[in-house]
Design a protein around this ligand. Structure first.
Ligand code: S3P
Length: 421
């Protein structure tokens, strides 16, 4: 699907974004192994989270959707910790790294063997990062060339470990914690920098025996999870596209409703604020341990700057859209410590750079980042999504500020996280 996008004279009004993708995955998996029925409002409409639901379905967990006052509510009929069934076929995680990596933690503890695979992007993404800790816990996992999907997971009894994450990854942390639910003893995960803590919060909400301190999580295995009614906040990583659309088009004034504001996800707002963005938090409340609020954003003069270290890890999914912003900022943007971008849905350092260049923007790629001079303009261009949702959406926003109409090739990729985009 090719979408034509014309320049915009400003964005106004009120929008909502889909339920947070990270939280939706976690709620789908955890309520599946909780005891009883959970009702989940505003579950992500993205294809990735539906891949998780389909995988849980193949393991015997039933779910249904109903419309409640215009909001989709998902009911998951949890089976409890020990009643998943062996799947008749290979599970398909589609494009979703979160599905394959986090679900592997649960599957490693089951008394059966499961195979998992995914699309042409997912089968090239590294899995050693979860295979290593799960092997230490006692699981046996086979992978193509020892590291790529399809994975075959021979589950069995697990022992608790103390695991120091070699890379900052919430998916790996979550995988170990999910396995830890079934392990004998106390599982401890230490992370080099803070990553999103939705798994820990959800586990606490569902009754797990968990202790949270910054960069150190402790979980005792064996405690059952209890079903709950849950609300998924809007996805701040999806809101990011609208924030930047408003910032870079003239006379914009946009409100984004019900955005998740978990402090492990709001580095984006801190960085934008430091760069001069006019963004106001209109009101904040709490649901199931997660913060939710409305954001009002207006067109702003953006200074630019450097993103590095722990900040890079905290907004890794927002680098594509921040790169677009960087090109039209006053001083430009330098991104460092972002080697993880090379193993996302695409090698995002290359896919960002190639689309910026197609739009006439100069950019230097680094092994672990990008240097994008400021004060540049976007020329009308043929943009490739490369099948990557965040690339499709980031460059659709760039097109709003271009000097003429742009075409986004394979724009449908956006539906992985945001079908309504
Ligand atoms: C996610 C963690 C991040 C992020 C991904 C979602 C999660 O990946 O990029 O989009 O839901 O835990 P890593 O764990 O690989 O850093």
């Amino acid at each position: 699907m090719i979408e034509e996008i014309s320049p915009s004279r400003g964005v106004h009004g009120v929008v909502s974004v889909p339920g947070d993708k990270s939280i939706s995955h976690r709620y789908a998996m955890l309520t599946s192994i909780a005891e009883g029925d959970s009702h989940i409002r505003n579950f992500s409409t993205g294809a990735d989270c539906h891949s998780t639901l389909a995988c849980m379905g193949q393991l015997g967990v039933k779910h249904s959707f109903a419309d409640e006052d215009g909001v989709q509510t998902l009911t998951v009929h949890g089976l409890g910790m020990h009643a998943l069934k062996a799947a008749a076929d290979t599970l398909d995680a589609g494009n979703s790294g979160s599905t394959i990596r986090m679900l592997s933690g649960i599957l490693a503890a089951q008394p059966f063997t499961t195979s998992l695979t995914g699309d042409e992007s997912l089968v090239k993404r590294p899995m050693k990062r979860i295979m290593a800790p799960l092997a230490q816990m006692g699981a046996r996992i086979e992978a193509t060339d020892g590291q790529f999907p399809p994975l075959t997971i021979h589950g069995g009894p697990l022992k608790a470990i103390h695991y120091k994450l070699p890379v900052a990854s919430a998916q790996v942390k979550s995988c170990v914690l999910l396995a830890g639910l079934y392990a004998d003893g106390e599982t401890v995960v230490e992370e080099p920098v803070v990553t999103r803590d939705h798994t820990e919060i959800a586990l606490r909400e569902l009754g797990a025996d968990i202790t949270l301190t910054p960069r150190l999580v402790k979980l005792s295995g064996g405690a059952p999870l209890k079903a709950r009614d849950l609300i998924v906040p809007g996805d701040i990583s999806s809101a990011a596209f609208f924030l930047v659309a408003a910032l870079i088009t003239p006379d914009s004034d946009l409100t984004i409703r019900n955005v998740g504001l978990n402090p492990t996800r709001t580095a984006l707002l801190d960085v934008l604020g430091m760069m001069g963005a006019q963004i106001k938090l209109l009101h904040v409340e709490e649901a199931n341990g997660e913060l939710i609020g409305n954001l009002q954003v207006k067109s702003s003069r953006i200074k630019g700057g450097v993103i590095e270290g722990a900040t890079t890890a905290a907004l890794i999914d927002e680098i594509p859209i921040l790169s677009v912003l960087g090109a039209v900022s006053q001083q430009g943007l330098i991104v460092r410590d972002a080697a993880e971008l090379r193993v996302k849905e695409t090698d995002r350092i290359e896919t960002i750079a190639s689309n910026l260049r197609a739009m006439g923007v100069s950019v230097t790629t680094l092994v672990d980042g990008l240097e994008i001079p400021g004060g540049q303009t976007f020329k009308p261009a043929e943009i490739q999504s490369y099948g990557d949702h965040r690339i499709a959406m980031a460059f659709s926003v760039a097109a709003l500020a271009a000097q003429g109409a742009c075409h986004i090739h394979d724009a449908k990729a956006a539906s992985v996280s945001f079908p309504e985009f």
